[in-house]
Design a protein around this ligand. Sequence first.
Ligand code: SAM
Length: 275
Amino acid sequence: MRDINLKDAINAVSDVVQNRPRPLRDFDQIYMKTGDMVLQSELVARWAKGKRLAFIGDGDAISVCVALLQARDIFDEGPDEITVFDFDERICSAIERFADYAGITRLTARLYNCAEALPSDVIGKFDCFYTNPPWGASNGGESVKAFMQRGLEVTGYAGEGLVVIADDHDRDWPQFVLAEAQKFALASDQYVQKMHSKMHLYHLDDAPELRSCNLFIRALPGDRATPISNPLEQDRLANFYGRGQPLTIRYVREKKRVDYGKAHDEEYSIESMEG
Ligand SMILES: C[S@@+](CC[C@H](N)C(=O)[O-])C[C@H]1O[C@@H](n2cnc3c(N)ncnc32)[C@H](O)[C@@H]1O
C-alpha cells in the first residue's frame, strides 16, 4: 500500500465516528479511540486485501472506516466484501445508512446474536473474520471464545482471524483470557500467527489505560467439511457482560431513526430573548 494522506484519513474516520450510535455499556460497547481507529483500519485493509471479511460485532465501526477509506481512495487496497454481524439494530442500521449515503456497495450489515446458530447461507462463505468481543473478564474468556467460534464458522475453519482483546500485564484476568483464546484457537485447528501487544485505547472511564492487542490466527492447512453451527449452551452465557450479567437478550432494537452527529431534542431546550 502507498503512504496514506493522514489528514484525509483522520477526517474520513471523523465522519464515521459522527455516525456511531451511543455506546451501551451494559453490553460492553466501549469504543476505540479515534487515532487508534485510523491505524487499525489501515492494518485491517492490508490484512484483508482482496478477501471476503466478516465482522462478528463492530460497535467501533472499523468495518465502516476500512470501506470508506477505500471508497475515498485514501487506501489503495482493502477487502472485496465486508459484512458486519451484530445484535444491535442501531449499529446495523447506522452502517447500512452510512454505506448508502457514501455509495459504498461492498459493505453490508446483518442483525445476528452470536448466542444463536449462524444462518446457513453464511457458514464457510468468508475468507477472514475480525472480532472485538466482550473481553471476558468475568467468564474466563467464554465470551471471547463464543465470538471466535462464530468467526471460525463463517470462514469454515479454513481462513484467518483477527481477535482484538484486552492486553494488560498488570492485571491477571487479561493474561488468562489471552491464554484461553489461544488455547481455543489451537483446539480449533488454527495456529497463532502473530500478536501486536498493547495497541489500542478506549473511551473506558473506569480503566482508561486498559489496552487491547491484535491476535492473528490462521487455519492449519488441510481440507475441512462445512461446519454445523449450533446455539451456545446455556452455561456459556453466564457473566457474559460482567459478573451477574448473563447474555439473555436477543436484539437491541432501534426505536427511532437518530441522526447521531446532532444533539437530541431531549438534551436541550431553547430560551428566547425577551422582545
Ligand atoms: C461487545 S462490543 C466490544 C467492544 C468494542 N470496542 C465495541 O464497542 O465495538 C463489540 C460489538 O459486539 C456487539 N455484541 C455484543 N453482544 C453481542 C451478541 N450477543 N451478539 C452479537 N453482537 C453482540 C455489540 O453490539 C458491539 O457492537
